[in-house]
Design a binder for this molecule. Structure first.
Ligand code: HEM
Length: 625
């Protein structure tokens, strides 16, 4: 197995400011824990006391330190330490062999074509791994992108495993993700996630993936997603109640962990009809899920794959905890699968394309009712994959969206105007999704500035040509969505949070209409299957929260820094002061009107309307294979 040093050991160097308006610069700090388990309790500080002078000094020191590191990196790039080499060693060897008379025809199968044939060598950035620390890896990759361009090789030390291709060019990203997608696997990512996702959709190799994608995608049909809107509303309402209590008590709130819990509750119900109730429950299965999630993130940044050493699993208390957590999750999933099978056996409902069981509209229920012929191990892998894919991503989007809103009160108040006029005091319905256009643009813009995940990982399965550069089979590749989304040549005022860049009368931005310069949900055959689900979930949550509260960063809160696991986390949470809006309190009411569809099946009227219209609601893009 390629070492998991893989992902991200290497590129963690500091950067200099790359844009005068770069808002992230002053905030970057590092710490390793992600959304913290057990932070559900509101902070005891009300954050309204005098500003902590020590805190200010600490922040100033941090900023100074970061600036120094970035300046150092810039100087090193300028001095040629990360030198763009004209010819890599492969080319040099090829040239040497040509010189001593080996005919080209023998060299081509070994080396592919070379610049003599109109192809170029890939620019090389080389450096010392020791110097590269202190920031999330995608930040220095941005700096190197500005120096070396849309495709370069990052090499550390003599080992082959320390060589990565960094892609920041939209046309090369399109080639890898869409046009020649079959020539690429998930590589390192699949190796890191194997222990928790097995052969679930995200890591799966082509053969398994094709079968499972064909089985799972139909489960996320329009009626299903429409039926989920009530669930999103209920989960957000529970969060509103927590925030309401905090507002009454004058307590600041750590929002990242609350968003993590809210989205866990949503995805548990949506995927296998399980109520984690994590907003009020910290133990058992909730703890197990977080143990496994943190382990996946730790493995992605660990230099040595300790967990592969057989004895280590048995003696390391941490690994024993992970194994126990996995066992608890697997047992719970097995129970849920068994319960669901019994329900399906007993029901008389005819399965059809847009099948939804009203009592249990979960994806698991759809799969079992469809007669999906699959081993229980594969089914568990698929469920775990969706649990993880649909949980941390949505939580991260909400976290960074609210962070950005605290920086731009003008955007927040425009958002509140739209929500007031579209929703009033109601719970959102599927029809509202296309009306809440500004809300949707705010989320698109948040996903541009904070893409989740910030890089997509691939490995070449055969020799290929990326633009003018030939590459060999077995190359590990990072497509830096961060670089694509922050590229100063592509975006006007790239670092500004400006939802207005997406006109309300224009299409909802996606990878197709932005020609792969914008990849909020990936692209090509491995594009996210939950894009519409996630878009509606985040629209509902943002709309319901801003309708009821104002959000400000708490005074004296730690500076907001970024750190990476699969998604971008904050380093120390994001502590906010919540105040009720001065409008009369809004007590939302659920739309209870139902219509009968197909005999004994009922759906909300809005869901039925959506289904009847045959349209994809809310303009959210989806290119499913
Ligand atoms: C805002 C929330 C979300 C974001 C930003 C997001 C983003 C992404 C991205 C960028 C990919 C492509 C990964 C790659 O090409 O390597 C992906 C794949 C995937 N996502 Fe999402 N996702 C979100 C929510 C969800 C939800 C809610 C679900 C499940 C209900 C989900 C399930 C998946 C699955 C199964 C894949 C793998 C698809 C395949 O390989 O065929 N995602 N997601």
């Amino acid at each position: 197995m390629a070492s998991t040093a893989s992902m991200l050991q290497l590129p963690t160097l500091p950067t200099k400011p790359f844009h005068p308006k770069r808002s992230l610069q002053a905030k970057v700090t590092r710490q390793s824990d992600g959304p913290r388990f057990g932070r559900i309790v509101c902070s005891s500080s009300n954050g309204r006391g005098p500003i902590d002078k020590d805190g200010v000094k600490k922040v100033e020191k941090l900023i100074e330190k970061k600036k120094k590191k970035r300046d150092e990196l810039s100087a090193r790039i300028a001095s040629g330490e990360f030198t763009v080499q004209q010819y890599g060693w492969v080319s040099q060897l090829r040239r040497g062999l040509l010189k001593i008379g080996v005919p080209k025809v023998f060299l081509e199968p070994l080396f592919g074509r070379d610049s003599d044939d109109g192809f170029l060598d890939i620019p090389q950035a080389t450096g010392s791994i020791r110097a590269l620390s202190g920031e999330p890896f995608f930040i220095p990759l941005y700096e190197l992108f500005l120096s070396y361009g849309g495709l370069f090789r990052l090499t550390f030390g003599p080992k082959v495993i320390s060589s990565f291709l960094i892609v920041s060019d939209p046309s090369i990203a399109k080639h890898i993700l869409r046009d020649n997608a079959r020539a690429y696997s998930k590589g390192i990512l699949a190796e890191i996630l194997e222990f928790v996702m097995g052969t679930g959709l995200i890591p799966a190799e082509e053969q398994v993936w094709r079968v499972r994608r064909r089985a799972i995608v139909p489960a996320l049909h329009q009626k299903y997603v429409a039926a989920m809107i009530g669930l999103f509303g209920e989960a957000t309402d529970r969060l509103c109640q927590k925030l309401d209590a905090a507002a009454s008590d004058g307590e600041d709130v750590e929002m990242e962990s609350l968003f993590s819990r809210m989205t866990l509750d949503v995805i548990g119900k949506a995927v296998f009809n399980y109520d984690f109730d994590s907003l009020s429950n910290d133990t058992g299965i909730v703890e197990a899920v977080y143990t496994v999630l943190r382990e996946a993130e730790d493995r992605s940044v660990s230099p040595i794959p300790f967990w592969d050493i057989p004895i280590w699993k048995d003696i390391s208390p941490k690994q024993r905890k992970v194994s126990a957590a996995l066992k608890l999750i697997n047992d719970t999933l097995d129970d849920l699968i068994a319960i669901c099978k019994r329900m399906v056996d007993q029901e008389e409902l005819q399965f059809h394309e847009e099948y939804v069981n009203e009592k249990d509209p979960s994806i698991l229920h759809f799969l079992l009712a469809s007669g999906d012929d699959v081993s229980s191990k594969q089914l568990r892998d698929d469920l775990m994959t969706m649990l993880i894919a649909g949980h941390e991503t949505s939580a991260a989007v909400l976290t960074w969206t609210f962070y950005l809103l605290t920086k731009e009160p003008g955007v927040l108040s425009k958002l509140q105007d739209e929500v007031d006029s579209v929703l009033g005091d109601r719970f959102p319905t599927v029809d509202d999704m296309k009306k809440l256009k500004y809300t949707s643009r705010v989320i698109s813009e948040s996903l541009r500035l904070y893409p989740q995940p910030p890089v997509l990982i691939r490995r070449s399965l055969e020799n290929d040509i990326l633009g003018k550069f030939p590459i060999k089979r077995g190359e590990d590749i990072f497509i830096s969505v961060w670089n694509l989304h922050h590229c100063p040549n592509h975006w006007v005022d790239a670092e500004a949070f400006n939802p207005e860049r997406w006109p309300l009368d224009g299409p909802n931005p996606n990878e197709i209409n932005q020609n792969f310069s914008y990849l909020p949900f990936g692209g090509g055959q491995r594009k996210c299957i939950g894009d519409m689900f996630a878009s509606f979930e985040t629209i509902v949550a943002v709309a319901m929260l801003v309708r009821r509260f104002n959000f400000q960063m708490a005074l004296g809160a730690p500076p907001v820094g970024m750190t990476t696991g699969a998604t971008i986390h904050t380093t120390e949470g994001i502590k906010m002061t919540i105040t009720r809006r001065t409008r009369p309190p809004i007590i939302p009411t659920l739309e209870t009107k139902t219509v009968v569809v197909d005999g004994d099946r009922t759906l909300s009227s809005s869901a039925a309307g959506a289904a009847a219209s045959g349209e994809r609601e809310g303009e959210v893009s989806q290119v499913h294979s």
